[in-house]
Design a protein around this ligand. Structure first.
Ligand code: BGC
Ligand code: BGC
Length: 612
């Protein structure tokens, strides 16, 4: 259905026809329009394409809609610029299902519209493409921050791009460039480190990897530097959001702090932009009480003019709506005027088109601003070669969960583990004849993978195929060694490995009041039953373990390692040395959160890590 506002818009000719036409280049004879001719420079192709678009078509290009909210012909009827899948998956998430969904929408855009402008399909491939069943799930960013190996992160970016592009996904909403100042934040694991130098270097490495050398390569996926800006600096208790639970930090407020902005938060964005990031996502949070989505000084003046960003800006999920919760049209107008080029609507495409059309007619948003936004979006689509190659390259399907990618994940896991304590029990010696691997994270792929795995929040249990910590240890143990998945009824065990983890969570649902790890109580059941005990902490952030230290002979931080549990065995057995270093301060107790007072030492400071 075409709305009244859009009909008026079309009838009054309000739109591109008001804009001075650019000199029309001649297409080569085989093309009807110059924009279709790949031999012409991109800015000429964009000018030509814009000249054929009415305002309503342009507004459609500015909309990104989540797949579950689309009816069959929406992409073509509404000229949508992009389709996304949020944290969840399509059906059971197999490559075939993904392929058929992305291809169906692309076909509509390319074949069923007058100008055939392809969509870009976007997902949160934040630790590999975690919603692709059978794909390779790498450690979440906090683990990669512990590894602090830019070359490794670049290779992970490349592998992730291949698996996503294989099923028609050419846009990922990653990397996260947050600097978490308060680890109670539920998104702490999505960040690399509290050290902005590490965040900047790994963020840029990931962007180089995921986008590749050539955006027209069918295995190139555009990156999103997110969430601009201050997502990890909000004050505890400042969030008003409620989804599943009252958020505490996520989507909250960062008090104005020019030095923090200049010296800590912006440098990773500068490096991301210099690495060629094609999109930036705006943060849900506020800066000095003003929603960033409506903050032109930050989203345009700082990002575009100071940092020199040339790609397009995307909102977060219904992020514009928060600007003025009582007035959707006003929210959208202010968001677009602040500098958001594409709006992750994400549900009601028609309401969005209606709202922006009314603002255009009423003069609250200018056609110049709309042209600017659409120009940026189309430029990236041309840069990606989508007009020439809108569909995936089928040969990429073999890369999904390939042996090569699994080996890379294993390398990443081994490099990401941090050895916190060791009285000599590690590396596990060949003389250990019985090893019991217990705890809630011992044999649980879902806990090991964390949030953003098949679903937004993730889940415990066998949500994806992979190797659990127990399976990795079992595979590695020498012949003759007995690996148990529980304590025997009686007698001593040579070594007990207690893998204890947080239940999966995402975003503000994971905001924590106490950083507790309830599963640690398993250590009490091991007392007097094990010659040695190794505690493996599976978590998205440092958690409070101080009281448990006396119950273990070695302690390892494993973060959220993903599918390659064999990488945990590699370091426990000493086949690979521990090289990971803490990417964040590890507090002794809650008095050291968000930060310890001067002179009060952390349990383990950032940069800490033992080796052998
Ligand atoms: C998150 C973003 C994510 C988007 C799409 C939002 O809720 O804040 O990080 O990219 O959803 O799933
Ligand atoms: C989506 C997320 C989004 C969240 C917000 C989920 O269904 O997958 O991406 O952030 O909804 O409510």
């Amino acid at each position: 259905m075409i709305s009244a506002a859009i009909l008026v818009l079309a009838a009054t000719g309000c739109g591109s026809k008001d804009v001075a036409p650019s000199p029309t280049p001649s297409p080569s004879p085989s093309f009807e329009f110059p924009y279709q001719d790949p031999s012409l420079p991109i800015d000429q192709r964009v000018d030509d394409l814009l000249s054929h678009m009415a305002a309503e078509d342009k507004i459609g290009q500015m909309a990104q809609i989540e797949e579950g909210s689309l009816s069959p012909d929406d992409v073509s009827d509404l000229w949508l610029g992009s389709v996304l899948h949020g944290g969840g998956t399509v059906g059971t998430g197999t490559p075939d299902e993904w392929l058929s969904v992305t291809a169906e929408h692309q076909r509509e855009a390319v074949e069923d519209t007058r100008l055939g402008i392809p969509i870009i399909y976007g997902v949160d491939a934040v630790h590999g493409f975690g919603a692709l069943y059978g794909g390779t799930v790498f450690p979440h960013q906090i683990g990669l921050g512990a590894a602090n190996d830019p070359d490794l992160v670049e290779r992970i970016g490349r592998a992730t791009a291949e698996e996503a592009a294989a099923v028609g996904v050419r846009w990922t909403f990653s990397p996260v460039l947050a600097i978490p100042s308060d680890i109670r934040w539920g998104r702490t694991y999505e960040a690399y480190s509290q050290d902005p130098v590490i965040v900047a270097s790994l963020g840029a490495a990931y962007i180089r990897g995921i986008q590749g050398d050539d955006l027209t390569d069918p295995a190139s996926v555009i990156a999103t530097a997110k969430h601009f800006i201050g997502d990890g600096s909000t004050v505890y208790g400042s969030s008003t959001q409620f989804i599943v639970q009252q958020y505490l930090l996520d989507q909250g407020n960062t008090p104005a702090n020019p030095a923090l902005l200049r010296d800590v938060l912006l440098p990773p964005y500068q490096d991301a932009i210099d690495a060629g990031a094609r999109t930036v996502m705006v943060s849900f949070s506020s800066w000095d009480g003003v929603k960033i989505h409506g903050n032109q000084a930050l989203v345009t003046d700082t990002l575009r003019e100071d940092l020199g960003f040339t790609g397009f800006v995307v909102s977060d999920w219904a992020g514009c709506d928060h600007i003025n919760p009582d007035d959707f049209q006003d929210s959208i107008a202010r968001c677009v005027n602040a500098g958001v080029d594409m709006v992750m609507v994400p549900y009601d495409a028609e309401a969005f088109k209606e709202a922006l059309s009314l603002s255009l007619m009423g003069g609250d948003v200018s056609i110049d601003r709309i042209d600017e936004a659409v120009r940026r979006i189309l430029t990236v689509k041309f840069e990606m070669g989508l007009f020439e190659n809108p569909y995936p390259d089928p040969t990429l399907l073999d890369t999904i969960g390939s042996a090569e990618h699994r080996a890379l994940a294993r390398e990443a896991v081994a490099k990401s583990l941090v050895l916190l304590e060791n009285d000599g029990v590690l590396p596990l010696s060949d003389s250990a004849q019985t090893i019991a691997v217990v705890g809630n994270a011992a044999d649980d792929m879902g806990i090991q993978a964390g949030g953003w795995t098949m679903s937004w929040q993730g889940d415990s249990g066998p949500v994806i195929p992979g190797t659990t910590i127990l399976e990795g240890i079992t595979e590695r143990a020498e012949a003759g060694v007995t690996v148990l998945d529980e304590l025997p009824d009686s007698g001593m065990v040579d070594v007990c490995v207690a893998a204890v983890g947080e239940r999966p969570y995402a975003e503000g649902v994971g905001d924590s009041t106490d950083l507790a790890l309830p599963g640690l109580s398993v250590l009490d059941t091991l007392e007097g039953r094990c010659d040695s005990t190794v505690l493996v902490v599976v978590s998205g952030r440092p958690v409070i373990i101080t009281d448990a230290l006396g119950k273990a002979d070695a302690v390892v931080a494993a973060w959220l390692p993903g599918t390659a549990g064999e990488g945990v065995a590699d370091v426990l057995f000493g086949d690979v040395p521990f090289t990971g270093r803490l990417p964040m301060n590890w507090p002794r107790d809650l008095s050291q959160v968000p930060s310890a007072s001067s002179g009060d030492e952390y349990l383990y400071p950032i940069g800490y890590g033992l080796t052998y």
